[in-house]
Design a binder for this molecule. Structure first.
Ligand SMILES: O=C(CO)[C@@H](O)[C@H](O)[C@H](O)[C@H](O)COP(=O)(O)O
Ligand SMILES: [Zn+2]
Length: 196
């Protein structure tokens, strides 16, 4: 194999493993996970739902995790109410065209969100304007926000009930951390609400 490729792959493994080791050693992260699960379980038991938003790779996370709650994660059980605000191209293009891209999620939170719901807001920079505007509406409507960001938290820091700040400044590393934590949340929500 070409040496350049070999070195690149090794360096990527090193960064990813360092990122996951830092997360595994962080006791605060485990407490945050427990809090986020409790927030979601309380909402779902009260008949409320979970909304997800994010751009690019984070849009993929939003859809991925909503799918796991509505369908299944580890085992068969009734579906849980979750909606990714990233999937309906008619809604997204109408809002983008009529009001501007910054409003793509806020308008949907306004239309679909109810007090007691949970908004999972995913942004590696913590600075995507459409995600920040969704936070504005969530705050106005009494919707709790669980944030997923990078190390700094960007402009989402201090605006979320729980904010998972993956300890990296590199977008792919942050996204890998998000993916892992999102899977933990799906698994734990499933097993809390439908214990086997
Ligand atoms: O997946 C990736 C990079 O790994 C990209 O698509 C990335 O998600 C996009 O550039 C997003 O627009 C970044 O937005 P954000 O995470 O800063 O909110
Ligand atoms: Zn998954």
């Amino acid at each position: 194999m070409e040496n350049r490729i070999n070195q690149f792959v090794q360096a990527e493994f090193d960064k990813t493993l360092a990122n996951f080791n830092a997360m595994a050693a962080d006791a605060g992260l485990r407490e945050q996970i427990a809090r986020a699960v409790a927030i979601c379980v309380e909402a779902l038991r009260a008949g409320r739902k979970i909304l997800f938003c994010g751009n690019g790779g984070s849009a993929a996370d939003a859809q991925h995790w909503a799918g796991e709650l509505v369908s299944r994660f580890y085992y068969d059980r009734p579906g849980l109410p979750a909606i990714a605000l990233t999937t309906d191209t008619s809604i997204l293009t109408a809002i983008g065209n009529d009001y501007g891209y910054d409003y793509t999620f806020a308008r949907q939170v306004e239309a679909l969100g109810q007090a007691g719901d949970v908004l999972v807001a995913i942004s590696t920079s913590g600075r995507s304007k459409n995600v920040l505007r969704a936070l504005d509406v969530a705050e106005q409507k009494g919707i709790k926000v669980i944030g997923f960001t990078g190390a700094s938290g960007g402009d989402m820091a201090g605006r979320c009930e729980v904010c998972f700040k993956v300890p990296s400044t590199e977008t792919p590393r942050i996204q890998e951390g998000h993916e892992f934590i999102g899977h933990l949340l799906c698994a734990l929500i499933e097993s809390e609400i439908f214990p086997r």
